[in-house]
Design a protein around this ligand. Structure first.
Ligand code: PGA
Length: 254
């Protein structure tokens, strides 16, 4: 079912005490918000080491918990990696896969990301699959081609029933952490394009039920105009998810 979703990607930020405080602040505020009535969901994606803090509080709160990455393998000699079965055993329900920082700094390509998506789904963890073009791609008018290729190579091998379990986040790389967000029109144009690709591959019913989030300098000031677009179903929020007041304002921007 197509939901309105705000997900906070904390990236590599916060000490243990800061993380605990932020989770408590957000949980307190969420008690006042009628999320279910608006078919809205909130997902917190803290660093791995704080997942248990979050999952411990999640059952009594109004948020779900996601990881920021996971291995494509289930177990074994992969020093420093975290697997799907580990996340599942900690009641983690979502996992960001293919964030542009993973692509850029850790060399993750479309083929590896396809395996990570498969691993995630095989453990009943919902992938939040990130796609998006670099600035030179957009300047060269290739942004639609780049996003299409990312979807085709990492997602379109999935069966319809598996594809229907995931969330997509369109995050133009030039907008991430730069303070320069895509305009609502640019976001809508790409989200509509992504939905059209899904419709062509899996049918209108699947396309209309897929949540497509926008990410990239989405904040308390611009969230409302972005979320007002018909094909923008919420946001994947980096910097502005690190402050509870800003994050709550974003949640209230629908
Ligand atoms: P930002 O990051 O909101 O800080 O631009 C978004 C993201 O990387 O998911």
């Amino acid at each position: 079912m197509r939901k309105k979703i705000v997900a906070g990607n904390w990236k590599m930020n916060k000490t243990f005490q800061e993380a605990e405080n932020l989770i408590i602040e957000i949980a307190d505020e969420l008690e006042e918000i009628e999320l279910a009535a608006g078919n809205r969901a909130v997902i917190l994606c803290p660093p791995f080491v704080y997942l248990e803090l979050a999952t411990d509080m999640a059952p009594d709160s109004f948020f779900s918990v996601g990881a920021q990455n996971m291995s494509d393998s289930d177990s074994g000699a992969f020093t420093g990696e975290i697997s799907g079965p580990m996340l599942k055993s900690m009641e983690v329900e979502y996992c960001i896969i293919g964030h542009s920082e993973r692509r850029k700094y850790f060399g993750e390509n479309n083929e590896l990301l396809a395996r990570k998506v498969d691993a995630s789904l095989s453990h009943d963890i919902c992938p939040i699959f990130c796609c998006g073009e670099l600035l030179p791609d957009r300047e060269a008018g290739k942004h639609f081609d780049v996003v299409k290729q990312q979807l085709e190579e990492s997602l379109f091998h999935l069966k319809k029933e598996d594809f229907e379990k995931l969330i997509i986040a369109y995050e133009p790389v030039w907008a991430i952490g730069t303070g320069v967000n895509a305009t609502p029109e640019q976001a809508q144009e790409m989200h509509a394009f992504i939905r059209k690709l899904i419709a062509e591959k899996y049918g209108e019913d699947t396309a209309s039920q897929t949540s497509i989030l926008y990410g990239g300098s989405c904040n308390a000031k611009n969230a409302q105009s972005l979320f007002a677009q018909p094909d923008v179903d919420g946001g994947l929020i980096g910097g502005a998810s690190l402050n509870s007041a800003d994050f709550i304002k974003i949640i209230n921007s629908f």
